[in-house]
Design a protein around this ligand. Structure first.
Ligand SMILES: Cc1ncc(COP(=O)(O)O)c(C=O)c1O
Length: 383
């Protein structure tokens, strides 16, 4: 498809190309000094003690949970209104994901009240998702976690650089997990990262990211060790230096990207205020979001497929965030008793549409998107 306005677009410049070229010429391609620099810079950005880069965001989630001791017999509370990897990371550990509903039509994040209702003696953790880069209600969630002695994990795939109450997403709980997939606010093609302030968890992450080994190939190359022991069931979730090199450049650009996303989203909000047949969530969010995607909610009765088809014919790509996890065939079969009490998630997931948003977008691109939406509503929406 040759879209006039794609859903997202990446920004790769000479800086990324030369950073990758430098790595290729250096002779060291896997987890090394470039990755360590990237981790230090990311930790500084979010103001936390430790950061571990991994090969993708799903690996970050799995590793964070398993290194924090989540396993069979445990339950972890999680939203269904997210990418499937969030729930799957819990399943990989052998634990049971327990879905909790969202706050409402204006805020698609997990609801602290619904979290409370899902707590049982088996609950060990809460895995929140900062949907579209809008930070969750971390103060309330932190209070619940304290009251019931639960670990908090953040799926911050959408939220690099986002803050609430002056604190960065990814630093509120035991661990924060980021994704640097192509469509994210900053990208390495594939990539992920875990942040933590917990020294013991950091040690577990360090060891388990690379097969549970006590020393890395890099350490042996540097002459620090001849051999290694294996002290835990680890994984190969190592990133390449090529990924980290791109990540370092993208991290420098992140503040500028997020600022541009903020301006564009505000402009969308202003323009969409006059459009019938839809509402726009998160308009009065108290935090500093990273505006990863631009969700809207169609009014009841608007045919979503027709809406998306109309925009497609105009050359505008749209998407859905998300087909909810609890309704996938695989996940439905796992959790018969748990799937029916997510009325808001189920309703929102049928009516949500995501509009294009990326830093290189222009105001006139947005004017065009909104004009096409207006035309669709004129022809199709009866109050
Ligand atoms: C909310 C959320 N969680 C987890 C992931 C998984 O990240 P990755 O694709 O890097 O494995 C993604 C995106 O892809 C995501 O959007």
């Amino acid at each position: 498809m040759n879209w006039k306005i794609p859903l997202f677009d990446i920004d790769m410049s000479e800086a990324e190309i030369s950073a990758v070229t430098d790595v290729l010429k250096s002779g060291w391609l896997t987890l090394g000094e470039v990755t360590k620099k990237f981790e230090t810079e990311f930790a500084q950005m979010v103001n936390c003690k430790h950061a571990f880069c991994v090969n993708n965001g799903t690996a970050a989630l799995h590793l964070a949970l398993v290194a924090a001791g989540i396993g069979p017999e445990d339950e972890v509370i999680v939203p269904s209104m997210t990418f499937v990897a969030t729930t799957n990371s819990i399943l990989y550990t052998g634990a049971t994901p327990v879905w909790a509903d969202v706050i409402g039509y204006d805020d698609f994040n997990i609801s602290p009240d619904r979290i409370r209702e899902k707590i049982t003696p088996k609950t060990k953790g809460i895995l929140v998702v900062h949907y579209a880069g809008f930070p969750c209600r971390m103060r309330e969630i932190g209070e619940i976690a304290k009251e019931f002695n639960l670990q908090v994990f953040e799926d911050a795939a959408h939220a690099p650089g986002a803050q609430i109450a002056g604190q960065y997403c990814g630093t509120f709980g035991a661990a924060g997990c980021f994704s640097f997939f192509s469509n994210k606010n900053m990208t390495m093609g594939e990539g992920g990262l875990i942040t933590t302030n917990d020294d013991q968890l950091a040690e577990n992450l360090r060891v388990m990211r690379s097969h549970g080994m006590t020393s890395l190939t890099l350490d042996r190359f540097k002459g620090h060790n001849y051999s290694y022991d294996v002290v835990a069931l680890g994984y190969n979730y190592r990133p390449t230096e090529l990924q980290s090199a791109i990540g370092r450049v993208q991290l420098k650009k992140l503040p500028e990207y997020n600022a541009r996303r903020t301006e564009l989203t505000k402009y969308y909000h202003k323009k969409l205020a006059a459009v019938p047949g839809l509402s726009v969530p998160f308009q009065n969010h108290p935090g500093t979001p990273s505006f990863h995607v631009m969700p809207i909610l169609l009014a009841k009765g608007v045919d979503r497929l027709a809406f998306m088809g109309y925009l497609k014919n105009a050359g505008i790509q749209t998407s859905i965030h998300y087909p909810p996890t609890h309704l996938f065939t695989y996940h439905r079969n796992l959790h018969d008793s748990l799937r029916e009490d997510l009325p808001l998630t189920t309703d929102i997931a049928q009516r949500e549409v995501t509009l294009p948003l990326y830093p290189k977008m222009t105001y006139s691109d947005i004017d065009f998107v909104v004009q096409e939406i207006l035309q669709f509503m004129k022809e199709n929406f009866k109050r």
